[in-house]
Write a new protein. Structure first.
Ligand SMILES: N[C@@H](CCC(=O)N[C@@H](CS)C(=O)NCC(=O)O)C(=O)O
Length: 231
């Protein structure tokens, strides 16, 4: 049977980007459906009734939701160019860092949505997470968290190479410098040098523009209630 693969996503979303990159790495052909989060399609609501979020992968009519779950599904369904090591201990390491990194990105999103005390608090959390990844994930001894090639944890970390950079520019702060984060800095270089990533990176300028608007909206709403960008 021909594979019918669809991705419901948002181009600027680091969660969506992970999924696109994984499919590109593996050479899987898919159809991309961009969602307007202010006006979600009935299909999206039907495919992800629990969280109603993108990305959703639909494979031969069957939906898979949550980006890290989707990555594992992709790896198991299209085993070429594996995203996980063979060894059980190494696999647990990749899973550990994937989880840590996926938790860290929520701090970036909160940092971006808020101002004042919460903004500062979340910024500290991002610094701390980046420091721990820098020191403890084994980067420096190898090109990628997964080893010599991009793996699950590296795709999870993709936000550091793209979303973070755009948000830095909007807010006027710089997290990753070669001096302070030499390993992460070279990781970004290695990551972006990979064709499947480089050729499927949204434009930095468009991302900055997008996040500028979003930040404005968040700060306008922030005074009264937590910001949900889709309202
Ligand atoms: N944990 C989810 C997060 C996905 C997520 O937060 N998606 C956002 C866009 S970046 C979304 O769809 N938001 C719509 C909403 O919250 O209603 C994942 O890993 O897939």
């Amino acid at each position: 049977m021909e594979d019918d693969v669809k991705v419901f996503g948002l181009w600027a979303s680091p969660y969506t980007q992970r999924v696109i990159w994984a499919l590109k790495l593996k050479g899987v052909t898919y159809e991309y459906i961009g969602e307007d989060l202010a006006n979600k399609s009935n299909l999206l609501l039907q495919y992800n009734p629990i969280y109603k979020k993108v990305p959703v992968l639909v494979h031969n009519g069957k939906p898979v939701a949550e980006s890290m779950v989707i990555l594992q599904y992709i790896d198991e369904t299209w085993p070429q160019i594996p995203l996980m090591p063979q060894d059980a201990k190494e696999r647990s390491n990749v899973r550990f860092w994937s989880k840590f990194i996926d938790e860290a990105i929520t701090h970036l999103i909160e940092f971006f949505r808020y101002d004042g005390e919460k903004h500062e608090r979340e910024m500290k959390e991002i610094w701390e997470a980046l420091r721990l990844i820098e020191k403890e994930s084994g980067l420096g001894k190898k090109k990628f968290i997964g080893g010599n090639t991009i793996g699950l944890a590296d795709l999870a970390l993709g936000w550091v190479a793209h979303t973070l950079v755009a948000m830095e520019e909007v807010i006027g702060v710089k997290f990753i410098t070669a001096e302070e984060f030499p390993h992460l800095h070279s990781w970004i270089g290695n990551f972006l040098a990979t064709p499947a990533i480089k050729d499927n990176l949204p434009s930095h300028e468009l991302a900055v523009e997008y996040f500028k608007e979003k930040r404005k909206m968040c700060l306008a709403i922030f005074a009264t209630q937590p910001c949900h960008h889709h309202h």
